[in-house]
Design a protein around this ligand. Structure first.
Ligand code: MLT
Length: 410
């Protein structure tokens, strides 16, 4: 019999969102007619920007003509898309990032998991708690952890609690670590990191020769002009950070799939014998072996995000969801909840009523309001006593969901 990757057996039950879907479906089986509103998984609801659709339609036509048909594209992505990203998302913000350092992919979820392919086994790894579960689960799968304890914490990981006291931005570890996962604007708490906070992380990483994995999938939702959108706005970050970005949330590409990862040239890790190796070359090698690139059609759609019309449409989409976030915050506050996030991020993090755990409150919300949230405990032990609501939904659904919450708890 073939051997399996026994690390998978260490994983807790299911991946968080399918587990929530399972519970919701179970509820729907016994309550088939309830008008359910899903503010759980952060999946967008509003249509793709017109500029993206038009670009993709035109690309489909090109694929139908022998003269303009495209087969395999460059594994790293088409240069015209990488150049627009480098110019608009980085150089325009003063970041020293070149198009050759950008790798187009089909998602940040995949990239934040796949990046472990180019790192070895002996690293000390820090994650925040609560945390986007992909960072933890992929390390478990890769055999970088021991078993989970009764709190769900895996042996071998360094957990950095995000709490109301530290404004949901992690305190630097007291012990040296080699890999650090940071996500700002934060999923799930909706918190953002100031320039000073990020500078402290960059200084730490450089002092300890550590690498920061910076997940900036929600950067488009930052409304405060003082908050950095990219880790590369911080001096020294080129020497210690890999950044993940996505078109999923700003341009509604969750079902269309396009994202990118930035690996600066000159960023290095080491072999067991202490020889320095460039990470860009390893990631390039990994991608060209295991990935054949994002479809031409989708990359044309992503490119249109950077057109004048695309920019205006994306701004409108982001503003739409942020108005939802504002409404959620307002109504939850009115209902007496302590709320965090939702100002520079599409997630609102609410404190559950005294004595009600995350999963109990999830059930209560489901059964009394027919509203689906995400239990904070699903993101880690320190998320216990919180619940996340996503602002990704129609205005009508958000208003209705909040009216139900105010009626039930206000
Ligand atoms: C979430 O709800 O946290 C997101 O949908 C996760 C993701 O983008 O994969």
């Amino acid at each position: 019999m073939a051997f399996v990757n026994a690390n998978y057996l260490k994983l807790k039950a299911g991946y968080l969102f399918p587990e929530i879907a399972r519970r919701v479906n179970q509820f729907l089986q016994s309550h088939p007619d309830v008008p359910l509103i899903r503010l759980g998984i952060g999946d967008v609801t509003e249509p793709l920007p017109a500029a993206c659709r038009q670009a993709m339609i035109q690309a489909v036509e090109e694929m139908g003509d022998r003269a303009t048909f495209k087969g395999y594209g460059p594994e790293q992505g088409y240069p015209w898309l990488r150049e627009k990203i480098a110019a608009h998302d980085f150089q325009a913000r003063g970041c020293d990032i070149d198009a050759s350092e950008i790798f187009i992919s089909d998602g940040s979820k995949c990239d934040t998991g796949n990046i472990l392919d180019i790192f070895g086994d002996g690293n000390r790894i820090a994650v925040t708690d609560p945390v986007y579960p992909v960072y933890v689960d992929t390390n478990v799968m890769a055999g970088h952890t021991g078993e989970a304890n009764e709190r769900g914490e895996y042996a071998g990981l360094v957990y950095l609690p995000l709490t109301a006291e530290n404004h949901f931005t992690a305190t630097l570890p007291s012990e040296p670590v080699d890999l650090i996962y940071l996500c700002f604007p934060n999923n799930p708490t909706g918190a953002v990191a100031t320039r000073e906070h990020l500078q402290a992380w960059v200084d730490y990483a450089r002092a300890h020769n550590a690498i920061i994995f910076f997940d900036a999938a929600y950067e488009a939702f930052i409304t405060d002009p003082a908050i950095p959108h990219s880790i590369y706005e911080i001096p020294g970050a080129r020497e210690c950070a890999i950044e993940f970005r996505s078109f999923s949330k700003n341009a509604g590409f969750t079902g269309t799939r396009c994202a990118f990862t930035v690996v600066p040239k000159g960023l290095k890790g080491q072999t067991p014998s202490g020889e320095a190796v460039e990470l860009w070359s390893l990631w390039q090698r990994r991608q060209s072996t295991k990935f054949n690139g994002v479809s031409y059609i989708v990359q044309r759609g992503a490119e249109a995000v950077y057109s004048e019309a695309g920019q205006a449409q994306v701004r409108e989409l982001v503003a739409f969801y942020m108005e939802n976030a504002r409404l959620i915050r307002e109504k939850l506050t009115q209902a007496g909840f302590a709320v965090y996030g939702g100002v520079n991020a599409p997630y609102v993090w609410l404190k559950t009523p005294q004595g009600t755990g995350s999963w109990d409150f999830f059930d209560k919300l489901l059964h009394t309001c027919y509203v689906v949230g995400t239990p904070g405990a699903g993101f880690g032990a320190a998320g216990e006593g919180y619940l996340r609501l996503s602002a990704f939904n129609s205005r009508e659904n958000v208003v209705e969901a909040m009216n139900r919450v105010v009626a039930a708890f206000g």
